[in-house]
Design a protein around this ligand. Structure first.
Ligand SMILES: NC(=O)c1ccc[n+]([C@@H]2O[C@H](COP(=O)([O-])OP(=O)(O)OC[C@H]3O[C@@H](n4cnc5c(N)ncnc54)[C@H](OP(=O)(O)O)[C@@H]3O)[C@@H](O)[C@H]2O)c1
Length: 323
């Protein structure tokens, strides 16, 4: 076993400080597994961590520099070594989840925070699922979408394209996907009953029971006008971009105040990639009701290009990183 590997690293905040260099292959501590990475995927969360913005996230992710030197989270791979006390996994098991140091040949994961990849599900599909898929699942559940009309704003992105597919499975009566015209065909093919091209039409012209907003592109007033008066609920997944220091927090607080005195309800949440949720996604992928649309992939050596691309906010489904 080699002791060094080429990994994507970051010693300081700022996209310009992302690099690829030799680092030690990590050793799994108690309760952890080491995973040989088959493929990883990139999320806006990786972008925010790398850029260090909004700055309040540095309170938890490292005040002066990122706590994690090797970057990347979402991984599909094969368990390669297990730490003390791990009984649920063994070398050779195919697993996926949000891990530590995912943009590398080997990553570390908590043994109870990953799920097995079903034999019929390929690595690319699994790698796209953890953060974006769990976020979509939680958003739909928090929206209580069974028997409801649902709009997904940002329907062609990582989270949105999973939410469109799962909404019907979770009982939504109709699903409207909002994206630009170039992505309309994809969103329709994923099962949306109606696709709204936001460059030509306004989805808030009609009232819906639930809006799942992954784009943060509309004002509070506009979003409220797109909700039914009898208990319409906004699930805010991707809030409007905010300032460099506090990000969307001031806007979210103002939004919460507006919703507190209205018939509409607001839910804001942070996704949590538990093994149970990952297993549910794996089951949907295995029965064919959930696919990962792959936009493009990047080699690990081109990791900075992957960050630049994600930063354009034009990703269509998921972007993969190959070690
Ligand atoms: N709350 C949480 O725990 C949580 C978890 C994951 C992600 N998030 C947040 O959720 C947001 C979405 O994440 P993601 O992974 O889906 O991002 P993403 O993959 O980068 O989203 C890209 C998509 O956004 C669409 N988009 C851009 N501007 C739009 C607009 N004005 N109207 C409608 N769609 C628009 C683009 O479609 P077009 O090219 O067609 O415009 C593109 O397909 C991000 O802000 C992310 O930080 C939050």
């Amino acid at each position: 076993m080699t002791t060094k590997m080429k990994a994507a690293t970051q010693g300081r905040y700022g996209l310009e400080h992302i690099g690829v260099q030799d680092v030690p292959v990590p050793e799994p501590a108690s309760g952890m597994v080491r995973v040989a990475v088959n493929v990883a995927s990139i999320n806006p969360a990786d972008w925010h961590l790398a850029s260090g913005t909004p700055m309040f996230l540095r309170l938890t992710e490292g005040l002066r520099q990122p706590n994690e030197f090797v970057i990347g989270r979402d991984v599909a791979g094969t368990v390669d070594a297990v730490g003390a006390g791990v009984t649920n996994l063994q070398p050779g098991d195919r697993v996926f989840g949000s891990m530590t140091g995912g943009f590398a040949p080997y990553a570390l994961a908590k043994a109870d925070r990953v799920a097995r990849i079903p034999d019929t599900v390929d690595d690319d599909t699994a790698a796209g699922l953890p953060i974006a898929g769990v976020t979509a699942l939680q958003a739909l559940e928090k929206g209580g979408v069974g028997g409801k009309t649902v709009v997904i704003n940002g329907a062609s992105g990582g989270v949105g394209h999973f939410a469109v597919q799962m909404a019907k499975t979770l009982g939504a009566t109709s699903v409207t996907g909002v994206c630009s015209g170039r992505n309309a065909e994809l969103v329709a093919s994923l099962g949306a009953d109606r696709v709204v091209d936001y460059t030509k039409a306004d989805f808030t012209d009609h009232a819906h029971d639930v809006i799942i907003d992954c784009a943060g592109s509309r004002s509070t007033s506009e979003l409220k006008s797109g909700l039914t008066d009898s208990g319409g609920r906004l699930i805010m997944v991707g809030p409007a971009k905010g300032g460099k220091v506090m990000g969307p927090l001031p806007e979210l607080l103002a939004m919460a105040a507006r919703f507190a005195v209205s018939p509409h309800k607001l839910t804001v949440f942070t996704a949590e990639e538990t093994a149970e949720r990952l297993e549910r996604l794996a089951a949907m992928a295995a029965d064919g009701s959930l696919i990962t649309h792959i936009d493009r992939d990047f080699k690990l050596a081109d990791i900075s290009d992957a960050f630049q691309y994600l930063g354009t906010h034009r990703a269509k489904g998921k972007v993969l990183i190959r070690p």
